[in-house]
Design a protein around this ligand. Structure first.
Ligand SMILES: [Ca+2]
Length: 82
């Protein structure tokens, strides 16, 4: 029975993670390209450093896609916007 409970919990976590996949926040993504640039992120996270941004930009393209944003939020590097 415990196994079933754990399985349900795992499914819920998975569903929650899928629901967590998000669209770019238009308040941050001011040019609407679906990515957060460093200047865009600075407007909502003024304390962020270039090194922080580079660490979050795992693809190294200079922009944060939503997968990178979600990963940063999951890692606790970026606050989750509600
Ligand atoms: Ca953008």
């Amino acid at each position: 029975m415990m196994k079933m409970t754990q399985m349900i919990a795992l499914v819920l976590i998975t569903v929650a993670s899928a629901a967590h996949a998000q669209d770019a926040d238009p308040a941050i993504d001011v040019n609407g390209d679906g990515f957060y640039s460093f200047p865009e992120l600075l407007t909502v996270m003024p304390e962020i450093t270039d090194a922080d941004f580079t660490a979050m930009d795992t693809t190294g393209d200079g922009l944060l896609d939503m997968a990178e944003v979600t990963a940063a939020q999951d890692a606790g590097v970026m606050p989750v916007d509600q």
